[in-house]
Design a binder for this molecule. Structure first.
Ligand code: NAP
Length: 362
């Protein structure tokens, strides 16, 4: 560990940090896939005020900087990260502007997301109960506009606070300024601001109203089976937790990064052509003249249902083939090899190129 107190001379640079930057840290401990090389430098950020100091230090040393949460959507390269990794551990759960119908919740970006959902539901608020049990931190949710069962973080996010590394200032960005799209935002888009903003808090507007139908059929069926007709946030959260825990592996127990591929959104023309050969292909309406199809179904049809790849030590999760699970892989290149096998096979069979959902960082 490098204790950066007062004047420290490393690479002949004077540093006035009062923080502990760790050196040569295994990144496998910062990805729920548990693979990856080492980070040259890593800092646990517990206060927003640490961000400018850390970024200035990295800039002075010509080092790239990246901020992460729990690593639930990150694949690190085997070569590691030759820069400074900031692990967001900024806490905070503050209820503001309360009236009888709604309240604003200001949440530290490093808070565990599911704990945030639990606390809001326990207080009787609705808006994020559909996003129960999604792994990761609160600050990660706007990056890819996290969504589940038809609800997205963009539906409730009022604004967020972030450090802008371009102007070296903290800024407040409103919902409109985040350029949210399906599993996308300006923070993730390489053509706009990827890597520019370091999110320190998010503010959500949650209501006391009950969630309204229609619900995804998997959720509605569960509620029907359990004879639940009063759709409180607590009942929806309970249902989502039951459905997800039955189908998806717990990253604390089984190394995985959730869905490994996006559901492809294809043109109507391509869809009609596919449907003539595969009438059972699961599909949902998407943007105009486009159709969302099931990546999980494509994998199953390409032979990857409950498939264990002996060569690489990766397997597809029996109840959800979109989740790749690290059973015994020694390195990220093994995972990437298996990923390529899947992409190639699906492309050969359907002419559709699957896109990886977790971010690859090296
Ligand atoms: P699932 O319930 O098996 O559903 C599979 C896919 O079908 C989902 O991707 C979902 O699209 C789509 N789908 C199902 N019913 C639909 C409907 N009525 N209208 C439109 N699309 C429909 O999915 P799962 O893997 O167990 O995951 C459960 C939920 O968590 C899903 O909503 C999934 O998207 C979400 N999830 C989100 C992330 C993320 O935000 N990064 C990662 C993993 C899973 P949608 O993806 O559009 O919901």
């Amino acid at each position: 560990m490098l204790r950066l107190l007062g004047q420290v001379s490393k690479r002949a640079v004077t540093i006035n940090l009062t923080m502990n930057i760790e050196t040569h840290i295994s990144l496998a401990n910062h990805s729920t896939m548990r693979l990856g090389g080492t980070a040259d430098y890593l800092l646990k950020v517990t206060e927003a005020s640490m961000i400018p100091e850390a970024i200035t230090w990295a800039k002075e040393h010509n080092l790239p900087t990246i901020m992460i949460g729990d690593g639930s959507n990150i694949i690190w390269g085997d070569e590691g990260y030759s820069g400074l990794v900031l692990v967001n551990q900024i806490s905070g759960f503050e209820i503001q502007k309360v009236d009888q119908k709604a309240a604003y919740f200001k949440i530290g970006a490093g808070e565990n997301w599911d704990k945030v959902v639990e606390k809001s539901v326990d207080r009787g608020y609705s808006g994020i109960e559909f996003l129960s049990l999604i792994p990761g931190t609160a600050g990660a949710t706007p990056i890819q506009n996290v969504g589940a069962y038809g609800r997205e973080i963009k539906d409730v996010l009022i604004e967020l606070e972030a450090y802008d590394s371009l102007t070296n200032k903290f800024v407040k960005l409103t919902n409109d300024e985040c350029s949210f799209d399906y599993r996308m935002s300006r923070f993730k888009n390489p053509d706009t601001d990827k890597g520019r903003f370091f999110i320190s808090s998010i503010t959500l507007s949650l209501t006391k109203a009950h969630p309204q139908k229609p619900f995804y059929s998997v959720l509605q069926n569960y509620l029907n089976e359990k004879n639940i007709s009063e759709y409180t946030p607590a009942e929806i959260r309970k249902a989502v937790i039951a459905i997800r825990s039955n189908k998806l592996p717990n990253p604390k127990e089984v190394a995985n990064c959730g869905s490994f591929f996006f559901n492809p959104i294809i043109t109507m023309e391509k869809f009609v052509q596919l449907q003539s050969t595969y009438p059972a292909i699961p599909n949902w309406p998407s943007e105009e003249n486009k159709v969302k199809i099931s990546a999980a179904w494509l994998l199953e049809q390409a032979g990857f249902k409950n498939y264990q790849d002996k060569e690489t030590g990766i397997k597809t999760w029996p109840k959800q083939p979109l989740v790749l699970v690290n059973i015994s892989a020694k390195d990220t290149s093994s995972l990437l090899k298996f990923r390529t096998k899947i992409i190639d096979k699906v492309y050969d069979k359907f002419g559709i190129e699957l896109k990886q959902e977790p971010e690859f960082i090296s």
